[in-house]
Design a protein around this ligand. Structure first.
Ligand SMILES: C[S@@+](CC[C@H](N)C(=O)[O-])C[C@H]1O[C@@H](n2cnc3c(N)ncnc32)[C@H](O)[C@@H]1O
Length: 572
């Protein structure tokens, strides 16, 4: 009896030590007790937890397993065993332990939540979300459960639902920076930029020293077009943690987008000296290529691929540089390597076709969309300021020679960032734009010249817009080889007397070609044949220099066409 009392006092002391965080005292107390009472599952369980807290996961797992073997009907033991297995990365075994825990005690939200997190770790998202919903539905479920649910929903692309779950978590623990940051990410994914910015700022208020939160705020500000504030945010991130490479990567991207290529290069070099991530290395190489340091850019890409040989973006960049150097055979080999890694890679497929003189009817929409989503932030700086792009001005002047006054219903096909809209808007009623790239459209929207902007393929969207008085397409058919679909839709959409104004990359002779640059070029003869076939009359045509490429001017074709059968079509 006295021995029992003494052991109870020992257990109480060990538990008290455990509770106040004195793990060494707790572990030695539990061990002494276990030496005397080897089958005491509660002591084994407590010792397992204390060892786990000391970071001795293997020893902890042995004791937690022993506890469930000795007392398999205690749900709490299974739950903690699940947690320990989860932190050991043994996710399937963790799920099995959680399943025992919830079978014994279905109201244990912690076990449901642990199961959900383990399922998410195995990418079994539907089951994960179901388990986390169950956890969240149990009274007493805390902020962690809602945060886990939010993060699983966001991983599954259910961003609206994720926002709701994360807002619940944030309301429960308003001081948790991670929750506000996750909420910011989900709000970004739903396009709610102002709310996302508020969430990131809240996260930073909770944890001002988090480089990740400052960087996320910077990314959002950069996407919203506020380059100065974005740069400040990235600088803040670097000030908090000079080894956080992502901040250098993004700071360099904003600098490059603002035309500061040399400072961008210096920033990426700083990032690379911290840690050579393939992304920072790639950015540096591409910027060197852009600055005209082709040999240095290619050498960096080759070095990068020496370390990260399966880096598809680096292979693509090297292939592109080789095309620029007219090393077509070497470029083909690199594109083929990309396709071995990503068999349906649209850019590699398109360029390989171009280099093999096989010409698909048009560039894949996925390639065009990715190209311009990535290019959008520096499109105008690069094309207009650096390459002397003035095609919209040339075409607007040519249109004015035919129709100097009001233009009526106008649709800008492949409107991009809205350069053409800025020239025509005042004379349009209404002016609409169509583009495949949401990032290009975001820039057009900010300019405020368009009455409506539509995301999608120009032919498909145009078919839904009703009759138009003027269709413009500047520098767009360079992504479409066979223009018969576009001409057919234009003829169907134009009101009597309506105009189609377009520009091409010009080639002499007949027909159209896919060039090694991945762009299509069209002859005046093919435009005139298409016009004839679709009831359009060529009113104006001109060949002018449209922009520079590799130091030389490219010729562009400018055309203004009008419907032939005036008065025969309804204006719908
Ligand atoms: C070189 S940019 C020209 C943008 C604008 N027209 C200008 O002159 O500034 C080409 C644009 O056409 C868009 N585009 C290409 N093919 C398209 C298609 N089939 N449907 C809609 N947009 C397309 C691209 O996303 C890109 O924004």
């Amino acid at each position: 009896m006295a021995r029992k009392k003494r052991q109870q006092r020992q257990l109480d002391r060990a538990i008290a030590a455990h509770a106040r965080g004195d793990l060494d005292a707790a572990v030695s107390g539990y061990r002494r007790l276990l030496a005397a009472r080897s089958r005491d599952h509660e002591v084994a369980h407590q010792l397992g937890l204390a060892l786990w807290q000391q970071g001795r996961l293997d020893d902890a797992l042995l004791l937690l397993e022993a506890a469930v073997q000795q007392a398999p009907s205690v749900g709490r033991y299974w739950g903690n065993l699940g947690n320990a297995r989860q932190s050991a990365g043994r996710l399937n075994e963790a799920i099995a332990a959680y399943a025992e825990a919830v079978a014994l005690a279905p109201e244990r939200h912690a076990a449901w939540s642990g199961m959900g997190v383990a399922l998410r770790g195995l990418s079994r998202l539907t089951e994960a979300i179901a388990a986390l919903h169950k956890a969240a539905s149990i009274p007493g479920a805390g902020a962690a459960v809602w945060q886990n649910l939010g993060s699983a929903l966001s991983a599954d692309g259910q961003h609206v639902e994720a926002v709701a779950a994360l807002r619940t978590a944030a309301a429960m623990v308003p001081g948790d920076g991670e929750t506000h940051n996750a909420l910011g990410n989900s709000l970004m994914a739903t396009g709610q930029r102002a709310a996302a910015q508020a969430a990131y700022r809240q996260a930073i208020q909770c944890c001002p020293d988090s480089a990740v939160f400052h960087t996320n705020l910077g990314i959002l500000l950069a996407r919203s077009g506020d380059s100065e504030a974005a740069m400040d945010a990235f600088e803040d991130a670097i000030a908090q943690d000079a080894s956080y490479v992502d901040a250098y990567t993004h700071l360099g991207l904003v600098l490059r987008a603002s035309g500061h290529v040399q400072p961008a290069v210096a920033t990426w070099q700083r990032g690379l000296s911290v840690r050579p991530t393939p992304e920072a290395w790639l950015n540096l190489s591409v910027a060197l290529l852009e600055l005209g340091h082709v040999a240095a850019g290619v050498e960096n890409l080759r070095n990068l691929l020496g370390v990260f040989s399966h880096d598809a973006p680096a292979l693509l960049a090297l292939a592109g540089a080789l095309v620029g150097l007219d090393e077509h055979e070497a470029a083909k080999r690199r594109y083929t390597e990309v396709l071995a890694l990503v068999p349906d890679h649209p850019e590699a497929l398109h360029f390989l076709a171009a280099l093999q003189d096989r010409a698909p009817a048009r560039a894949p929409a996925r390639y065009v969309r990715t190209l311009f989503d990535e290019y959008a932030s520096r499109f105008e700086q690069h094309l207009v300021s650096e390459l002397g792009y003035r095609t919209p001005q040339h075409l607007a002047e040519l249109i004015a020679t035919v129709r100097p006054g009001p233009l009526g219903r106008v649709c800008d096909l492949g409107c991009g960032t809205g350069l053409m809209g800025a020239l025509l808007a005042e004379r349009c009623d209404p002016l609409q734009g169509i583009d495949l790239s949401s990032e290009m459209l975001a820039h057009a929207e900010r300019k405020g010249h368009y009455d409506a902007l539509h995301l999608g393929d120009l032919e498909e969207v145009l078919a839904t817009l009703g009759a138009q008085d003027l269709l413009v397409a500047t520098d767009v058919v360079i992504y479409i080889g066979d223009l018969s679909g576009l001409f057919a839709q234009a003829a169907a959409s134009l009101a009597p007397g309506g105009l189609l104004a377009l520009t091409t990359e010009h080639i002499d002779g007949a027909g159209w070609r896919l060039l090694p640059s991945g762009r299509y070029a069209h002859s005046a003869a093919v435009i005139s044949a298409l016009a004839k076939a679709h009831g359009l009359l060529v009113l104006r045509e001109a060949v002018v220099p449209i922009r520079q490429e590799r130091g030389a001017w490219l010729d562009g074709g400018l055309y203004v066409l009008r419907t032939v059968e005036s008065g025969q079509k309804s204006s719908g």
